[in-house]
Design a protein around this ligand. Sequence first.
Ligand SMILES: Nc1nc2c(ncn2[C@@H]2O[C@H](COP(=O)(O)OP(=O)(O)OP(=O)(O)O)[C@@H](O)[C@H]2O)c(=O)[nH]1
Ligand SMILES: [Mg+2]
Length: 253
Amino acid sequence: MSAELRVGLAWLSELRLSSGAGSGMCLLLGATGVGKSLLVKRLQTILPCRAGGGGGPEGRGDPRGAGGERGGVRRGRSGWGRGPAGEPSLAPLRVLDFLAQLSSRDGKGDLGDPPPTRPTVGTNLTDIVAQKKITIRELGGCMGPIWSSYYGNCHSLLFMVDASNPTQLSASCVQLLGLLSAEELAKASVLILFNKIDLPCYMTIEEMKSLIRLPDLMACAKQNITTLEISAWKGTGLSDVLRWLQDTHRTNG
Ligand SMILES: Nc1nc2c(ncn2[C@@H]2O[C@H](COP(=O)(O)OP(=O)(O)OP(=O)(O)O)[C@@H](O)[C@H]2O)c(=O)[nH]1
Ligand SMILES: [Mg+2]
């Protein structure tokens, strides 16, 4: 095969990946400051990722500009190359080792210092490879009024709540009700993440479930709903998030 043909085929396969072919779409939503961007960054350190540009983690500009979102620098051809800061990313088998490590330490694996984040103005697209390619689309909390423009083609939904912020809980509950009643999300699997359980004043999952009357919501909802307590800061529960994504997109996406 000629060198030009090889380059052409590699380019076509990049194009196929960047168009989202064969991937499942996961929406990551929640009020501002709950920890969505930090979660994505933590997943990026565990798994091989491809992050979109434009509306990136601290993205700006037209949030609906698909070209802009995808216009960023590709990080490694195969997805198993170098990580966001040029550090080597983990090979497939090492991902499993890493997950085992996270679990064996009660979810508190050594992920290093949490990277800084800024409020997401726009959308932040990240492809992770957890058996299948899954595209995680974080929408900034400040984009709440137009979240619904992104519901189409969504296979799964991560909805994050700040477990250390009781004053935000009722607003989060209203957002969740809106999501669960959206027709376009009726078939999506939903994972509710109660984040920031590393903080001393956090509400327990039982307290939050009862405050937002989650059992009643779950009884009425069309979606399959799961809940998890996590700390994106410490890494607690991240292995469970990855397992849920894998299981959900194996059958769904
Ligand atoms: N203690 C603690 N802090 C966290 C945790 N997760 C996120 N944070 C912090 O909370 C702040 C907001 O986090 P972001 O990830 O930017 O929040 P976001 O949900 O993406 O916010 P928007 O983009 O504005 O919607 C940052 O200072 C994070 O470091 C956590 O599990 N524990
Ligand atoms: Mg964010």
